[in-house]
Design a protein around this ligand. Structure first.
Ligand SMILES: Cc1ncc(C[n+]2csc(CCOP(=O)(O)OP(=O)(O)O)c2C)c(N)n1
Ligand code: SF4
Ligand SMILES: [Mg+2]
Length: 296
């Protein structure tokens, strides 16, 4: 549509894009490239916030550094853009200081699973009450397309000019093995399912891990001649297979191969705060006052 033909729906009809209230519009235009999938995940998150009916004053979003790490800065919520790899420890401190807050970690695959991998493992093991959204574009987008722990075997990256030979993480299996209570994977093609998983994750207590596969056309796709963002979304559409409850051992990703998506893990375990309170109550009896009675 040409500029002359475009209609400002808000001005003409008083219709507001439902995502707008969730954004710090003064920060727009955003930094993301055309065809990047990160914005689509934010759209899904905004719908999850609406659908969950949660009090926005009780939600905080924490990001690390990276293209995905910019999400926190664009959200009109209590949001924190922290240091590379440290979103989960920051979020853990926030949660424990104010257990009534629902804390969401929203970051990239490199941030969460390379430099921040140790924190991911232990937060899942402890069943820290956090929802982690990991936007997996198979690369370090922001810094020029270096190989990530999620890069499949085969494609080239700036630091793997002859193709990646390092076995990648299977992230749902990692999160499951470490003890996450809810683990799901969707792609930016599956916007409704992604929003629903985020809504469910917001309503769950305990460590939630949602992997959102998302194109990085600028660095990953172009370098590997995979086309643009639309071509990657077509690939997600054509090669995704929905298998709820799939054995996470079997959902590892090959290069441009089949993608198993769905909710893989949904179970109950006491959160870290619940376990601490139960333990000290048993050991110390009424000398102990349980902490964080408003845990959500
Ligand atoms: C301590 C530290 N090491 C390295 C960096 C450089 N750095 C910034 S973002 C990034 C990778 C981000 O990759 P990912 O989390 O996958 O985010 P994406 O850009 O792909 O969304 C790196 C290595 C940094 N900012 N700080
Ligand atoms: S470099 Fe990749 S991940 Fe970063 S904004 Fe561009 S397309 Fe998105
Ligand atoms: Mg990345």
């Amino acid at each position: 549509m040409s500029e002359q033909q475009s209609i400002d729906l808000e001005e003409e009809y008083g219709l507001e894009n439902p995502v707008m209230p969730y954004l710090r519009t003064d920060r727009i235009p955003h930094i993301w490239c055309p065809g990047c999938g990160i914005g689509t995940t934010v759209n899904a998150f905004a719908h999850a916030l609406t659908d969950s009916g949660m009090d926005l004053d009780r939600i905080a979003v924490v990001s690390g550094i990276g293209c995905t790490g910019r999400v926190a800065g664009y959200l009109n919520l209590d949001s924190f853009h922290t240091t590379h790899g440290r979103a989960i420890p920051f979020a853990t401190g926030l949660k424990l200081a104010n257990p009534a807050t629902k804390v969401v970690v929203y970051s990239g695959d490199g941030d969460l699973t390379a430099i921040g991998g140790n924190h991911l493992v232990h937060a899942a093991r402890r069943n820290m009450d956090l929802m982690v959204v990991c936007v997996n574009n198979f690369t370090y987008g922001m810094t020029g397309g270096q190989v990530a722990p999620t890069t499949p075997l085969g494609p080239t990256q700036t630091t793997m000019p002859f193709g990646n030979f390092e076995e990648p993480f299977n992230l749902p299996f990692l999160a499951d093995a470490c003890g996450a209570v809810y683990v799901a994977r969707w792609t930016v093609y599956h916007v409704r399912q992604l929003a629903k998983a985020m809504k469910e994750g917001l309503q769950r207590k305990g460590f939630v891990f949602i992997e959102a596969l998302s194109p990085c056309p600028t660095l990953y796709s172009r370098r590997n001649r995979l086309g643009d963002g639309v071509d990657q979304v077509k690939y997600y559409k054509e090669r995704s297979v929905i298998k709820h409850g799939a054995n996470t051992k079997e959902v590892g990703l090959g290069y441009q191969g089949d993608i198993v998506v769905g909710t893989f893990v949904d179970r109950e375990r006491p959160t870290w705060l619940d376990a601490m309170n139960a333990h000290y109550t048993t050991v110390l009896g009424n000398r102990y006052t349980p902490y964080g009675g408003t845990d959500v």
